[in-house]
Design a binder for this molecule. Structure first.
Ligand SMILES: [Zn+2]
Ligand SMILES: [Zn+2]
Length: 397
């Protein structure tokens, strides 16, 4: 059956490429994926797909649908994200973005098209499927705080689902490479904020004031000791200060300084420790410099932590379909991916599909105005996702 799935993936390749180009030309940013959702629904309805549900997070965006096998068995969810980014495209291609200021610069157009390809493949073999597949077309992966996956999970898309699988095309990896990983794979992304208050005064009379810029300067450098001295060197974390605001003129000691930054980590224990330590450093330094501080830490996206069994299915499947030379262990990535919200509820596997080919110019960084996907890998992604559903179902029956 796996070979048949692979052949079907190749058979639908041109349909998937056409769909990808359609989505690429008509990008919609987070929570605006109205036309994209309509197009996905249209393709699925044309196939006779069941139980189509649209509209999540109080919008018209997002869709789930089901393909039911003729035999009972587990429910496997497969996920694609659909949102574009607020970037002006610089690629000169026939399917260039027609929506000014929006671009599919992360490859989510290809994810959406591949999942539709998966629906086509599974539709052909549904009489033999021992279980059902729930297709999740998710809005707003790139949003951060108001994540599409978080909203969909809270609105029940995982009810009755046993396992979930998703992929990301990945330009740093050679085209066709499948990179799996057991355990943590992508980092959590959080934000921290501090408002440091002193006592404003004349720049010539520091003894009459309490200067919050001195405390802020000390905080910014001391925060790096949290990563350097408190986090286990075998673990990883990042603390960055992205924004600092203070003052109004050259001869005024300001009343307050505000700081804004981000943190990244892979395991929840490190994330908790970083959150607490940043607060301790801020309050401790402020006390030493006679300032006061307000500290706020906001968790944006949890880390992507892959289930062992599900990730090993990805590994074995990749080896069976495309040969062991095409499969490797993924390196840890400090970027975040909101697929993690699904994984907090049920076991899941997220993997990278290499789409980097320097000869085709598809090795540009994600989120850059010249990002593009090597379309030859789309049938690989289709076979991997459809194959995952098949392999998981048959392993449980
Ligand atoms: Zn992205
Ligand atoms: Zn992405």
């Amino acid at each position: 059956m796996l070979n048949r799935i692979k052949e079907l993936g190749e058979q639908f390749h041109h349909d998937v490429v056409d769909l990808r180009r359609h989505f690429h030309a008509h990008p919609e940013v987070a929570w605006n994926e109205v036309e994209t959702t309509k197009k996905v629904a249209e393709v699925l309805k044309g196939m006779g797909c069941e139980n189509i549900r649209t509209g999540f997070g109080g919008t018209e965006c997002g869709l789930t649908a089901e393909i039911k096998g003729s035999k009972p068995g587990p429910c496997v969810a497969l996920r694609a994200d659909m949102d574009a980014l607020p970037i002006m495209e610089e690629n000169d291609v026939p399917y260039k973005s027609v929506n000014d200021g929006a671009m599919h610069a992360c490859g989510h157009d290809s994810h959406t098209a591949m999942l539709l390809g998966v629906a086509m493949v599974l539709n052909e073999i549904k009489d033999e499927l021992p279980g059902k597949v729930r297709l999740i077309f998710q809005p707003a992966e790139e949003h951060g705080l108001n994540s599409g996956a978080d909203n969909m999970t809270r609105e029940g898309v995982l009810e009755g689902v046993d396992v979930i699988c998703g992929l990301h095309v990945w330009s740093p990896l050679k085209s066709g490479t499948i990179a799996y990983r057991v355990g943590p794979m992508m980092a959590s992304c959080d934000a921290w904020e501090a408002v440091i208050r002193g006592k404003g005064g004349h720049g010539s009379a520091p003894h009459m004031a309490v200067d919050p810029t001195i405390a802020a300067a000390d905080i910014i450098s001391s925060l790096q000791t949290v990563v350097g001295r408190e986090v286990d060197p075998m673990e990883a974390a990042v603390i960055s200060t992205g924004k600092m605001e203070a003052g109004s003129a050259f001869n005024i000691i300001p009343e307050r300084v505000s700081l804004l930054g981000t943190t990244r980590s892979f395991v929840p224990e490190v994330q908790d420790m970083v959150e607490n330590s940043i607060g301790r450093v801020i309050h401790g330094i402020c006390q030493a410099f006679q300032c006061t501080a307000e500290y706020k830490y906001t968790r944006y996206v949890p880390s992507t932590i892959n289930d062992r069994e599900a990730s090993l299915i990805v590994k074995e499947l990749g080896e069976e379909l495309f040969g062991p030379e095409k499969v490797e262990e993924a390196v840890l990535v400090m970027g975040a991916e909101d697929f993690s919200y699904f994984q907090r509820k049920i076991p899941g596997a997220f993997f990278f599909l290499g789409c980097g080919n320097p000869e085709k110019g598809t090795d540009k960084p994600h989120h850059s105005p010249t990002f593009n996907v090597d379309e030859d890998v789309l049938s690989t992604g289709v076979a991997m996702l459809a194959g995952f559903a098949w392999k998981y179902m048959t392993s449980k029956n």
